[in-house]
Each structure stands twice: as structure tokens, then as C-alpha cells.
Design a protein around this ligand. Sequence first.
Ligand code: 6R9
Length: 686
Amino acid sequence: HVESMAQLPSGAGKIQRLNAVILGEALASEEDDLVLPSEEFSSQAHVSSPRQYLEMYSRSIQDPAGFWSEIGSQFYWKETWAPEVVSENLDVRKGAVKIEWFKGALTNICYNALDRNIEAGYGDKVAIYWEGNELGQDGQLTYKELLEKVCQLANYLKSVGVGKGDAVVIYLPMLMELPIAMLACARIGAVHSVVFAGFSAESLAQRIVDCKPKVVITCNAVRRGSKPIHLKDIVDNALVESTKNDVPVGLCLTYENPSAMKREATKWQDGRDVWWQDVVPTFPTECPVEWVDAEDPLFLLYTSGSTGKPKGVLHTTGGYMVYTATTFKYAFDYKPSDIYWCTADCGWITGHSYVTYGPLLNGATVIVFEGAPNYPDVGRCWDIVDKYKVTIFYTAPTLVRSLMRESSEYVTRYSRKSLRVLGSVGEPINPSAWRWFFNVVGDSRCPISDTWWQTETGGFMITPLPGAWPQKPGSATFPFFGVQPVIVDEKGNEIEGECSGYLCIKNSWPGAFRTLYGDHERYETTYFKPFAGYYFTGDGCSRDKDGYHWLTGRVDDVINVSGHRIGTAEVESALVSHPQCAEAAVVGIEHEVKGQGIYAFVTLIEGVPYSEELRKSLILTVRKQIGAFAAPDKIHWAPGLPKTRSGKIMRRILRKIASRQLDELGDTSTLADPGVVQQLISLSDC
Ligand code: 6R9
């Protein structure tokens, strides 16, 4: 793997010399650690060397239409596309932003995920292993069985008048019925909008009012950890609210989840509510496919912006299908014998692209886990890995860090020898968490795919291809095929070479979102106007001398201290490298002299007491790793951090606590544990 010189195209097809991967030099300078893939791994990988990556990447940039046509033709299309494949305008100055891939072709993503794989001989292969909240509570469906379930629900939905283009809101926990419902909608051309079942009635109502679904699909209750949550009550409240806003929903299809709640105990509205188990199984197990245009909408997924109401990110069918399947295959080096587990919930984009569509399009066996990773104890993940012989494990840094706080005996008591690839998503993974994940969980054998992407991008954008490149802990490495990341300065000028700035993308890729539902103007303003001619990601990024990309967090989280731009993630990473620090979140506060100061919330390893000495030693660590200018002005001891149910730290709340604007905390109801906020406030003066 020691390639002396490699070439990495960057910018508009320009080939930039990459002084990459000169192993001896990089290690000698001690600037970065390289983690080399093993010979054994690389030799069996889809992409086994930097050179092979570069060849494929160059082709994807020089001839995107040819590159994606070739991959696209591996799917089933009722009618194929015109030779153009892609038509795009990303430049607001030239008129409306418009992105189209495979326009005019007819296909169906459910057909491609299920029927096509069954025809290819995967009918009796397990599509989904379901693991419930309780130990020993499980189930499974083969591809054939999954298709039958999907068809029954699709037929039911048709019978109640749901057709092509109609919206269906899905508010379900991680039961098999969640991917079943998504696929059933896709089969009949309906547009699903999954709302994470941790959202409040108010948030659910807001989404219902925006997309006006014909049906809401939910279940009566769910148990997460030891806590039962009555989902149907939340839906009831949301439907009262949406009715007040002139969006009454006539049908609430409710799955009875008997291990959480009996149907007799469920509040019911006759005429509107229907039990899934009473109707769906009575429908035929075959359902003809609705062929849709590649550019017909597949789903809407609401995501929060920095201001205003949630945005309905709209993805269409053909490009999304080709892109999620291809990124899944390469970034995880997927092989048919793999058993794949992604811990994300289908309520987020990761669950759409990498629990449901990407893996199933590849004919993969997927684990759907309903429970919590710390129930009954913090070894649960590794118990599941051993139980199903998981080979690819994909999770978020927040989970890695929370497990790191506990004794590694919870990990090492399980074998984990089936694992071969690990993955990370959702936020930058700090090098110390990366190392723990790599060394402890993966026994220093499994490459880590640190996949950078967004709800808007549909699939991976910057990601390692395991086996291809040496890795640098904490770097998402290089762009995926067809993706042209550029780093621009405030004025929107592209910066070459070693640099940091705003991350933008030039040209479109098949998985890109096409609009914000009902608000194309906001789509253009938010994403295409800040730097004309580019898609603006909202993230900061630096590129090192070897061309590796380092995501530094949202630019709204960047702090400017005495003219030095500091990514909150950089300071956090330095703090958590301290042996007694478990987790850290950093925000900017106003500072008289420096413009902005650095305010750090720090969670210590279980059992370590707070002390003045420790405070000094934490600050010293940051000074040493980044520089004196990055030393935190304040360390705020935090027994816990405010996180959303998907594990993202709510910096908005931390900023308010840091600046003592306690009456402006805003909505804290979507936090996994709203109690941590009071705890933090009471510790403010320590
Ligand atoms: C997939 C997902 C998108 C934002 C994105 C960035 C952060 C995601 C990351 C990462 C660094 C990674 N992010 N993956 N930052 N390294 N590997 O999480 O989508 O919920 O829309 O969030 O998450 O800041 O802009 P979404």
C-alpha cells in the first residue's frame, strides 16, 4: 500500500497532485498516524488500492453519465433512460436549480430490492433479523416472506384509496413493520414520510400538516429499555392538532405491539382507527408493481435547519436507488455472505438509506434492533453481534463514546470475531474514540468507514473504501465516486491544496435531494445561494497535505477566537483525548477581548471526581494539542449532555446555558433526557 505518488482529482475535473501516503515520511513527521489495511483485507476488497480507487474516481468525474449508466444498468428498469442520464443546474444565477438523473426511465425501488433479488436466487435468504428490546425476543423474514408482507400492506393501502403520489406518514419504532411500510408505499408509488417515533405530538402534527397524508401508520406502544411509550396517544394528540389546522387524517392504521401494550388498553377512535392485524393479513400476498418515473418522489424526510420550521427533504426514485445501493456496496465492502447491522433508526436518513434501501437493494441480510444499546446492560451490542455473527457494524460516535466510558470488559467478554468492517456516522469521530472503536471493538483488525453525508445528500459523500487507502483516525478520507467536494473561502473562491474552509459540492450526484417539499425557493436560498454555483453543505472542512478530508463540524459551530477559526470538534477531540474525559461539547461565548471565547462542557469517566487540578490538566491538554489560542475559557462539569434521540448534541441549548440566557432555552421536549438541562444549570457555577 505504499504508493509513492498518487493522483487525486479535485475541483472541476482538475487533477491535483497528491503527495499521499508516503508511509515513512508521514510517520516520521508524527503529524498523523496512518492505519494500514491488512494485506488480507485489501486483497479481497472491491477496491483494493489507492490506484484502483483513483482510476474509478477519475472515470466517474470525467464521464458521470457513462459511469452511472453502467452501474444503473445492473438494476431493473421497465423502460430505460435517454442517453443524457443527468441534467442539472446548480447555479442560481443561471435560473432555477434543477437536478434530474435517469429522467424518463421507469422503475420501482421495491421491485429492485425484493422481486429482483428473489429472481436472482435470494428468495430463501434472510432479509431481516429482528431483535426486540428484551433478550430472546426476536424474529426473521426471508426475502420471499418480506415480499409477501409488503404486498399485503400495499394491497391494503390501495384498497383504502392510497395511490401514486399520495403521502403516507409512518410513526413506528424499529419493528419489522417499519421497513415493510416504507417498501409497501414504494411499491405502489406512494410517498412515505417517516417521522422518528421519539418526536413529540407537536412535531408530528407539524409534519402531518405540511405533507397532508391520507393515512398515518403507527403502533400502540413500544418499550425502549425499561420504559413503555404510548405512541398511539402521541398520534391521537397530533391528529387533534392537525385537524385544527384543517388537515384531518381519516385513517390511522395501528399495529398492535403486544409485548408493549394489549389492544384493550389502547385508546381508540372508531371510524378512524384500524388494527393492522385485523386487516392487512387478509389481503393477497402478491401485488403488482406501480412503475414510476426515475424522477417521481420516493420519500419526504423532515430535517431541522438552523432556523424556521423543519424542512421536507424530497428524494426521488431512480438516482437515489442507484446511489444508496452503490455507496453501500463500496463503503462497507459488502459481500453476499455479510450480516449487516446499522444501529440507526429508520426515522433518520441513515435508517432510510442504510437500514432499508441500500442493503436490501444489494440482497443483504439486515438486523433491525428495537431496543436500546444499554439494555439490559452496556454489552448488548456485542451480544447481538455474536448472536447473529454480524460482519459489518455501523453506528454513531456518540454511542462509541458512551460505551468507551464503561469498562472494556463489557466488550471483551464477547467474541466479536465475525466483525470485519466498522462504520461511523452523524458527527466527526474524534481520534481517541476512533482508536477505541478500532482497537477494542474491532480488535485492530477491522477498517472503519467514517462516512460523511447528510439527509440532503441521500448517501455517502466522503468516505473511506475499506481496504483501499491507509486510514487516518478521525478523517473521512476521500470523496465517493462522482462526488466533487471543494473547499471555499468566505467569498466562495475555491482553495486548493492544504487548507480549511467551507465544504461545498460541485455538480450533482444521483442521490442528491431535488427540492424542499413545497418550498423550492428555500431550497435555493439555503443550499445554493451562499456560494453561487455550488451546493453548500453547512459544514467546515480541512484538507491535509495528503488530500485527506477532515470534517470540522457545522460552520455554525465554528468559533472565532482572536481571529483564529477553531472548530468546536477540534477542541472536543483534544478534550476527550484526556484519559479522564469521557465526552465534551464546546460552544462559543461572547468575549470582550477575543471576540469569542471557548466554553467547554465536560463529562468525566465514571467515578472520576471533579477537581481544580483536573480542570487545569484538561486546559493544558488543549493548549498542547491545538495551541494556547484554543484553550477553553471555561470548563463546565456536565454529568450528561443534552442529546436528541438520534444522539446529536443540542448545541443550541448549550449555547444558551453558556451565555446564561436561561429563559431562551426553547423546546427541550425532543431531548433523550430533558432532565440533564436542569442538572447543567445547577452546576453552572462550579
Ligand atoms: C447522515 C447524517 C448531517 C450532518 C452533517 C455533519 C454531520 C454526519 C459525519 C458528520 C463528520 C461524519 N455528520 N456524518 N460529520 N463526520 N462522518 O447524519 O445526516 O442527520 O442530516 O446530519 O451531520 O455536520 O452536515 P444528518
